[in-house]
Design a binder for this molecule. Sequence first.
Ligand code: C2E
Ligand code: CA
Ligand code: CA
Ligand code: CA
Length: 277
Amino acid sequence: AAKAKELSASIYEQGSEEKHLHQIRLVDDLKIAISEDQLTMFYQPKVDLHQKRVTQVESLIRWFHPELGFIAPDEFIGLAEQSGLMPSLSRWVIRNVLNDCMDWKSQGFELVMAVNISAYDLAHDDLPDYVFGLLKELKLKPDDLILEVTESAVMQDPKQALMILTRFREQGIKLAIDDYGTGYSSLSQLKSLPVDELKIDMSFVLKLDQNKDDQAIVQSTIEMGHCLGLNIVAEGVESRESWALLEGYGCDKLQGYYISKPQNSANFIQWFKDYDV
Ligand code: C2E
Ligand code: CA
Ligand code: CA
Ligand code: CA
């Protein structure tokens, strides 16, 4: 047994060292990826149930590594944060999505762009001015943009987050709380934030059509959110049954594979032209 324990410990160490080396490699490669165009933005629509059309689109980063293939954002966003790459990555993202937004506008497609920002972005004071400068440069309006920030990112330092988010809000940029229901924010904290939109976390939505508990949670979250004057988005809508339930609860917007998977700009616009709610 002792031997087995020793063995598994060494396997564990070897595993974790390999993992560590892999992470170091990814950080190095990510620096290259930012400057060499291995990154690209994909887009996933949000359907507005009142207007019966797509009004918003969420941007999601994709990394196609020349040797390792596709690397999911959940694998490298955290690394970018730990290694100080986040400022350049976030700037890369925002510049690219606003460029696409401008491009779509020039073709006659008016869509509000949703951009994910991380806890790291909230901890540093210089992102708002970068965004305002870019909006000006590209002749876009603040209400062309909505920032999605997770509940847990806000809770890491609520005071600092409130300061940054207020600066965005004062200029007319909209804000969404992402992954709502997975963190520990209280209603009173939520009330103090300058938020427009609440995105109910996918974990409550994916099996909505099969799970009564999820139905109760989602329905009451929608009612609570409406009482606070928020727009409610459900993400992770994968079936017609879930769509129908959410519509019945008065949910404002829906997002998920049932509507569309994230896709690149050209494919998204092609899809958007043909889509009928
Ligand atoms: P998120 O912001 O909560 O994004 C939702 C994730 O769920 C996306 O994964 C999306 O592709 C996926 N998804 C959408 N609809 C469905 C569905 O119906 N079913 C299922 N099973 N999944 C669905 P993705 O693109 O891998 O992104 C993962 C996370 O990485 C995002 O979670 C976000 O936190 C982060 N992320 C992605 N792009 C960016 C970015 O540009 N900047 C920052 N800071 N974070 C990003
Ligand atoms: Ca998001
Ligand atoms: Ca989310
Ligand atoms: Ca998430």
